[in-house]
Design a binder for this molecule. Sequence first.
Ligand code: AMP
Ligand code: GLY
Length: 426
Amino acid sequence: MNVLLLGSGGREHALAWKMSDSPLLTRLYASPGNPGIGRVAELVKVDVADHSAVAAFCQEKKIDLVVVGPEGPLVAGIADDLRAWGIRVFGPSKAAARLEGSKGFTKDLCARFNIPTAAYGRFSDLASAKAYVEKVGAPIVIKADGLAAGKGVTVAMTLPEAIAALAACFDGSFGAAGAEVVVEEYLTGEEASFFCLCDGVTALPFGTAQDHKRVGDGDTGPNTGGMGAYSPAPVMTPEMTERTMREIIEPTMRGMANIGAPFAGILFAGLMITDQGPKLIEYNTRFGDPECQVLMMRLKDDLLVLLNAAVDGQLAHMSIRWSDEAALAVVMAARGYPGTPEKGSVIRGLDKLEGEGVQVFHAGTAVNGGALVANGGRVLNVTALGKTVGEAQAKAYAAVDRIDWPQGFCRRDIGWQAVAREKAGT
Ligand code: AMP
Ligand code: GLY
């Protein structure tokens, strides 16, 4: 089959790499892709915002499946528009992508279908939001309702911080995404990312991961899109997975079907494992980045077979096999990230790094005059498999240390919680 993959990050490189293994694949196109993706796919430039241009490309190239990487096009309704042209798409409809596109929508769904999550209020003006925050007190969490590229959440430890975050939302710091605000109870516990492959009715667990959102070692400094991840997440024991399915994922699937917006695609639940059990922090309606990279390293089955089954409503009879090994990804970023990253610096030394369970996924690279250069904030994802998280971590950092890129940096402690647990033998 011919496949068109939309996106340009490390997540899409990992998806392309895994799909390129499939005997079902005839041709893989990626738009816009990146130089790493270009090793396994033909790079094309189709304007993703112009859904009829994407449809015309699919017809011309006889595309059998479109795989949508990022959330933006899903929230904008690309899956619905392509389906209206008769094109098969892996990714949720616009109505189902509201699980990521509107935090208030998801909170109301949780309230209606009894899904455990933080207590909340929804507000569209500063005065009433402020009154609620003052009543509840700090710590408290302020969230812009819409898509804000991972920047719309403030975990406020004090009231002045909370009020400043509210003011920023209503002042337009997040554009239309901040016109409405969700204010949430502060939850404590351990976080985990939990993925399910969904076909509208059935949700199949699709791996767990833990990411590292802060830019600096020891979880310090500003939030980023993610500086590294590992899989599996030790906190997601079989019992915790079973509870999460029963208390969170299955009611969500039934709830979405019930309101006429069945969810098909990948459902990414951000969880807080609290003393009372798993609670939903948020949903994303796409793979995580860099969580996808570690999942793809561990997936033993044919990704294209699974994506097709999700699109065709055939997941009920499927099972998914994972490697027993752990995977860990270290994000190498360009100096300046998550502020304004320096672009254009030359990256050397990537040859001969790969193999024996090590893969380097490109996230923000370009080719300039024959040289590979940095072209974004998060630039490379150095990913490794190991018998333990500790072994995967050692292999990933050994590869990082062979990359010649003085303008790049990474955290040196990705996986620290899991490695500490392994050392303690718990
Ligand atoms: P989000 O963009 O919703 O994933 O939020 C970013 C981060 O903020 C999460 O990964 C959590 O660390 C934190 N967070 C979000 N909501 C809460 C909450 N209700 N209580 C505590 N921390 C939260
Ligand atoms: N790494 C977090 C995300 O993809 O949302």
